[in-house]
Every structure is written in structure tokens, then in C-alpha cells.
Design a binder for this molecule. Sequence first.
Ligand code: MN
Length: 733
Amino acid sequence: MAEKKKITLEDVYSEVETYINKPESLDLIHRAAEFAEKQHDGQLRRSGEPYVVHLYNVAYILATLHVGPETIAAGFLHDTIEDTAVSKEELGKLFTPEIAEIVESVTKIGALPYKGKDDPEYQAANHRKLFIAMAKDVRVILVKLADRLHNMRTLQYQSEASQKRIAAETMDVYAPIAHRLGISAIKNELEDLSFFYLDRESYYRIAKLVEMKKAERDESVQAMIKDISRLLTENHLEFRIFGRSKHLYSIYHKMEVKHKRFDEILDLLAIRIITKTKQNCYEVLGYIQSEYTPIPGRLKDYIAVPKTNMYQSLHTTIIGEDEKIFEIQIRTEEMDEIAERGVAAHWRYKEGSNYDTHARQKEIEEKLSWFRDFAQFTGENADDASELMTTLRHDVFEANVYVMTPKGRVIDLPSGSTPIDFAYRIHTDVGHTMVGAIVNNAMVPLNTELHTGDVVQIKTQKGTGPSEDWLKIVKSNQARNKIRAYLTRKENEKKSEHVEQGEKILADELRRRGFDPDEYMDKKKIENIVKEFGVFNYVDLMYGLVVKSISPVSLVEKLTNQRRSINEIELSKLNRKEPSRRHVQSKTGLIIPGIESMKMSLAQCCLPVYGDEVKGFITKGEGVKVHRCDCANVKGNNARLIDVQWDEEDRERLYDAGLVVLAHDRSFLFTDIVTVASQSKTPIVQITANTNRETLMASIKMKIQVHNLDQLQTLMANIKKVESVVSVERRTH
Ligand code: MN
């Protein structure tokens, strides 16, 4: 692979002058060339040539793409920040801030480490995204592509290890970006150069196959060109026609990836026809299709439906003399320019004051379908080309951040991510044990927002763990889920420590009530009733006893099937004599004025407590049910309602009460509510929680035990104060 013709400064200027003539534009370019020459004075390339030769070549490649004067100037200056004492500020003052910006970005993306071949987790797609994101501007990419193209052309002067690494990076990153931007001239050359250094054996094998039948093929192509030229001239069409050869890597790719034999590759004999208008393209196609036999299914109309990288052309495959197969491409000059220069053709610099920017904008809008390909990264669609670069930046460049490990691995995170998100992406254990973060060599707080291009290093320490606060900081679901799982596990561990304590509380209560703990403390039996206490398992139930969210009294009652209340036991202990009528009457803590004995019970729908306004409802066969006056079940049943009164002398009784708490769901909401109840020494008999997946509202139903309405109202007020709680109501059914 020999270097192409030597490029001089004069070559660059004459190429530039084919399309740039304004004196101030030329002056800018000349000043940039002279400044770069002075700054790099004395520096040599590995080839032994003065360093400026590289700069001439880069500027020359850019000029063939017809970029604007500032981009040419940036081409000359592209290595000054990195290799000379010049700063960005200086470039901004001497030239333009835009030029300084381009040179700085070129320097930054040049510094991206490439780990492709050594890192099994390397993702070329992420690397390319990072590259584009950091470039921010298509002109930066163009300068960098020109730089890489010349470096690839002179790769023979590098060590073998460097050759392999640079060629692999070119194949993984640069060639696909050139392809995406539609710059096939650069893409093809980059691929063939990389191919040569990566797999010399295959390169020579393909080159030999191509060479072997070259004379024969050239003869066939020339004969066909003559034939078609005659046909088109007869029909008064203006055209240019030439044979073209496929580049070696694309032949290799078709053979290897598409499993084709060399002689099966149909477009080896390829002819391109350039004509004036779109209309002419279809006319040329018509004449050719009627004169020769087309192969069915091979006609492709990329004029009507351009490729995403803006490529437009008509393709047809025909059978010529001696059954030889030819691929014919038909396009206009403009389409040809876009095919070779891609996006550069659209940013192509045009001089002149009569130039209509509005029309140009429209032209870009219509043709920049490659942008949609970019936009697919985010699933967004953007049609307004007037905001092209802004949208491009927003959707593609800022939707994600791309950061790096110190070893150069690119990590893709949601926008707004922090070092914690990064740590969990690296490894769960790194996340769990992180204690600090170093971003771009400086220690930063854990909630620091990461930006594209940041190099992030995580400090870990064994024996530490994530805190609940991290949940508020992290942006990625992955990190959030890992932290939640960790916290839940820790809480479970803590709970298990309490099991022993809980079991002791239960045993004590059983003994106090005269039951044998050995008989009742059967884990299986207890597990069968855990749901009635609003918990999921034995451990939670024992934990509940310790933190007093579950009353040992009600647990013992459930376990022993004893429905007696504490009160009765206390009473029976106190006076072993026959209980008086009064006490029987007062089983519910209520009396009916004027009536000595009547079967009474508290309604389960509204669960009245001492102090509530109540009414008795005479049922058929179940005596009097006592409801709260505002209970829906007693409204409109006046005939069967009777007055009842609370028994003033029966103040120690515990009443079941039902509450419904509505709250915005959050972690530890449940625990916080249970804690409030246990702090006020209110036994919880039952508690269940449900969260609406759409509204994210949690509805917590609890059955508790209180002595009276005052106590209940105080508790309700305290629950209301719990963070995120919206309302606390008595249960009404
Ligand atoms: Mn360079």
C-alpha cells in the first residue's frame, strides 16, 4: 500500500481555489497554513518528512470534499493544541472562535482510547456514539476523517502493534461513521487500508483474484461501454459513462459474510452512467432495459427511495454479450457527488450573494434522511431541518451520556446519571461498596451529574453498603433496583435477628395466660395465621412483636382460639366470684337504657369505639348490632333503631377500629406507619397495603385496638403527619 502522490501547499491552494475565491476566505486559509507551519517547525513525522506534510494532506482531502474556509483552516491547525504550545483561546483570537472550537473537539475525540481488541465487552456502536456525541459538529468529524485517512495512508511507518490497533479502530469506528455520513470515497479507502493491515493474507488473495481476470474484464467492460454509448447517442441523451471497480474489502465482505464465490459477485463488471436530470436517468434505464435482458429482482430505484445516508441512484443488472453480467448505475452529477462525498456534499461551501439560504435549507431538509438514521438511536423523529443541529445534539448527543472507565471502556448511561449509576453499571458489588468517585481526576460528590466524555473511577471499601438516600440520586433503573434489593435483604437480616426476641415475647404471653408454650409455639401453625396480621411470613410476625406493631395479646388469642378479651381475664382474676348481671350486659361496653338484658354486639362494618355516637339496630335473631350513627348501613332504617349508651364504668376495654390510609407510595411508607402506631402503643390486629400501579397511590387498610375515640383521633392525626400520607379515614364498611 503505497502512499499516494505527494501533496504540496500549492496543490492544496489550487484545489481550494476551484471553489473558494473570496480574498478574505483565502487569507484565512493562508494565515492558518503559515501559522501551523511555524508552530510545527522542526517536528518530523515517523516517515522522516516534516510534520506539515501531514497538514497539507489533511487540508487537501478536506478541499476535495469542498468544505468551507473555516474547516480548511481547522484542517491546517488540527494538531496545534495537542502538539504545540498553542491554546484554544489563542486560536480563537488569531482566527475565529469556531475554528478554535473545531480544533479542540478534534483533539478531544482523538484522545479517546480504543480498547476494541482487548476488551471482550467492547461495543463498537457505543464507541461510535461517543465519538459523534463528542464531535458535536459534522465539521469536526470531517476533519477527523481526513486526519485518519492520511494517517492510514502512511501507516507503514508505524510499529506492527500500532498498525493493528489503528487499523482495527479505523474498521470499527471511522469507516462506519464515514459510511453513515455517506462519504463513500473515504469509507472505501479506509476499509481497504484497514483490511490490508488486519488480514494481509486475505487482502492479497482477493487482490490476486481481481487481478487475474482484469484484462478480460476490462475488455468486456470497454465493449459494453461502447455499445451503450452508441445506444444513448442515438437517442440524443447527454451522458458520461465509465467502468468502475469494486473495492477489495467489499468483495471480501460479500464472499465472507454473504458466503458467495468470487464469480458469483454480480457487480464485478460495473458501469456507471452520469446524466443530466432525474428524468434522463429513467430514460437511460428504459433504453438499457429494452436493449438488454435485465435480471429480475435486481432493479433498485434509490432515486425514488434514497438510502438513509442520502445515496441516490438507479441500479440494474443486465446480461450482455457472451452471457456476461453487468451492474449498471445511473445517476445525475449531483447524485454522484452525494454518493462520493455524502453529508459533506450538503455542507459543501458555496460562494456568492445570490445564494438562497431558504432554498438551501429546504434542500437539506428534503435530502437529509441520514439524519433519521441517527435519530433512530433515540426513536425520535425530527423533520425540521432548520433546527437540524440543535435537534441532533438534543436527541442523539444528549439523550444519553457516554462516559469512560479509566481503561477506556465506554459506558452508556441515561442523561443525568451520577457516579452511583456508573458504579452499578460496572458491577453490582462495585455499586454496593462504593464510597467515593473520581471524575476527570478530581474527587466529586456522589450526586454529581456525569457528562459525555467524563472519565470515571469508583472508590470502593469492603463492608460498606448503599444508603436509602441513593435512591433519590440515581437515574438508571438498574441502579435503583440493585439498591432496593440490597436494602430489603439487609432489613430481612435485621428481622431474623429479632426472631428469637419475638419468640420470647410470645412464649411469655402464652405462659401469662396459662397456656403451655411448647404446645402452641408450632411454627407451621403460626405460619398459617400470619396473613391475618397483615404480614407475609413468620419472621415478619416475630419482628412485629418486637417493634410492637403486632400485639402479643391478639396473637395468643388467634393461636389458642380464645376470644376472651384481656379485660375479662383481668376481671376474672380480680374477682373469682360469679360476674354480675351488669358485667354480662356490658360485654360490648354498652348499655340500653331501661333494658336489663339483651344480646348486643358491635357492628363489624363501622367498628364503633368508646366515644363514638352510636345507634342500636335490632336484627332478626342476632340481637342488637351497635353501629356508628354515620354508618351507611343504619341510615334509613329508623323503625328498627334504638338508643344505646356507652357504659361509663367500663373504660379499660379495647375496641377494634378500622382505618384507611391513602398515601403516595414510597419506600418504607408501610414501616413508618407501623412505627407511628407502635409508638403510641396501639396494637395492630391487621394491616394490608395495595398500590395502584398507575396512580402510584398506596391504600393501607389497618385494624387496630384502642380504648376510646380520643386515642383513635390522636393516632389518626399522627399518621396524617407521616411523609406522603394524603388522608386517614375511619373504615366505613
Ligand atoms: Mn493529525
